[in-house]
Design a protein around this ligand. Structure first.
Ligand code: DLL
Length: 445
């Protein structure tokens, strides 16, 4: 463990530490962020009440924050520090309007590097390891966030960023990297590119992959592990809470992500009523940062669906775990009254060995009816056979028609979903270099 003391605190001690840090954070925002002061006052949390908070259970009366708060106060309206104390900015891509901007003091960057070092160590990364970091460097938090964690741990960072996949594969071979950091979809992209390049597996020394920044399933994990012959682990985080390293799956338990609870207090709420749900129940994940200076967030609604688990873990850490993110609430598709998440479709598609883990979902509205077209590639094996036997890939071939029907009925039986399935030639679905675009919703155009 990177920080045995804080990763294995007794829960009573942990909660006392959380309460003290929460009060410091509330004082900080009360005095430095006018819009949050207004909200705290309205909820009855004046400085006196803040001092009198007796337990972290009192948090349930604090107001929530949401992504729209960051957008409405763009760019620096929620900062609790003057800009001359801000050492770095990051921002989301802003595909849905203005980006959300976050800032870090020097202490914030040090704490973030601590969270990322703990995460890497939980995944089995050791000082001296060569770590190939394919998370994007730039405004996105993935690249630089993990970079500082790698250096803090005492490992060697290869700041590859996304793209130029052939060159990355050459570097993986030449530098003998033991660890790969990337989105799960980019890891698969690399794995397929290695096959195309006829790179022998034993020329690559990878043992561990630490993947996150987008939803993925156990089925996807199995595919990545088989293709790359590594242990694939899940890492979670979001810019508003700090970036990558909010939570991380340990190599020993490989079942849920440990949350660094001395820095981030998690809650699960019912997304409709806002009520706090007990451990074990599924709901929206909410975080309060208790060490951040530049832009602390109070009860920040992530929009991510998960569950908390306080059961002991094989690794000995006492901090709670969150389950793999099932989906983002706003990614839920409603297709003719059936509610479902892309991850449920992914699970079904990846259960068939005739299909490859490259797919895209296209949603549209035709004559007032929602339609879903699933585009999924067939396996390389089928692709090659078609090429050999027929000289080309014919989507309407009777053999593919039989497979197409089988996929449609699998989706119907498992999810109650009627979708049109299109089987595509290997390599025809656009490959991701960062976060994969799984859903194209033409209704929003
Ligand atoms: O994606 C931070 C990150 C970078 C995490 C690298 C892990 C590795 P944002 O761009 O702000 O930050 O996006 C945050 O991505 O609310 C989730 O919806 C999603 N997300 C992040 N990690 C996971 C994961 C980074 N392991 C948003 N599983 C979050 C599922 C994830 N979704």
């Amino acid at each position: 463990m990177w920080n045995r003391k804080l990763e294995t605190l007794d829960r009573v001690e942990l909660q006392a530490l959380q309460l003290a840090r929460l009060k410091t954070t509330l004082r900080r925002v009360y005095h430095n962020v006018p819009i949050l002061k207004e909200r705290l006052d309205a909820a009855g949390f004046n400085p006196d009440r803040i001092e009198k908070m007796a337990s972290i259970a009192d948090m349930a009366h604090l107001p929530f924050m949401k992504k729209t708060d960051l957008r409405e106060n763009y760019p620096f309206g929620l900062f609790a520090e003057p800009l001359n104390n801000v050492a770095r900015l990051h921002a989301s891509s802003g595909t849905k309007g203005k980006p959300t901007v976050v800032g870090y003091t020097k202490a914030d960057i040090a704490n973030w590097a601590e969270a990322c070092a703990r995460s890497l160590a939980a995944g089995g990364v050791k000082p001296g390891d060569m770590v190939h970091n394919s998370y994007g460097y730039g405004l996105f938090t993935g690249g630089l966030g993990m970079h500082y964690g790698i250096e803090n741990l005492g490992a060697t960072a290869v700041p590859a960023s996304g793209g130029r996949t052939h060159q990355q594969i050459m570097l993986l071979q030449d530098f003998s990297s033991r660890v790969l950091l990337s989105t799960p979809s980019y890891a698969l992209n690399m794995a397929y590119t290695m096959t195309e390049m006829k790179v022998p597996r034993d020329s690559i020394k990878l043992e561990i992959g630490i993947f996150g920044a987008e939803p993925w399933t156990e089925e996807m994990r199995a595919q990545i592990e088989e293709r790359l012959q590594i242990t694939a682990l899940d890492i979670y985080g979001l810019s508003e809470v700090t970036g990558p390293g909010v939570s991380m799956e340990c190599a020993a338990g490989k079942n849920g992500l440990h949350i660094w609870e001395d820095m981030f207090i998690p809650e699960i709420i019912d997304p409709d009523s806002g009520e706090v749900l007990p451990d074990g129940e599924e709901g929206e994940l909410v975080f309060t940062t208790i060490l951040k200076e530049a832009i602390p967030v109070i009860r920040y609604r992530t929009g991510d669906l998960s569950r908390l688990n306080a059961e002991p873990c094989a690794c000995g850490r006492t901090v709670r775990r969150m389950s793999r993110i099932k989906a983002r609430l706003d990614d839920m598709l409603i297709i003719r009254g059936v509610n479902l998440f892309p991850s449920e479709i992914e699970k079904c598609l990846l259960s068939l060995e005739e299909l490859a883990p490259h797919y895209q979902l296209v949603v549209d509205r035709k004559k007032a009816l929602d339609t879903l077209d699933i585009h999924v590639e067939v396996s390389e094996h089928i692709g090659e056979r078609f090429e050999k036997e027929f000289g080309e890939f014919e989507e309407t071939h009777s053999e593919l028609e039989t497979l197409r029907r089988a996929v449609q009925s699998l989706l119907k039986d498992n999810l109650g979903l009627s979708a049109s399935v299109n089987l595509k030639k290997p390599g025809s679905i656009p490959r991701s270099e960062g976060k994969a675009v799984r859903v194209i919703d033409n209704r929003l155009k």
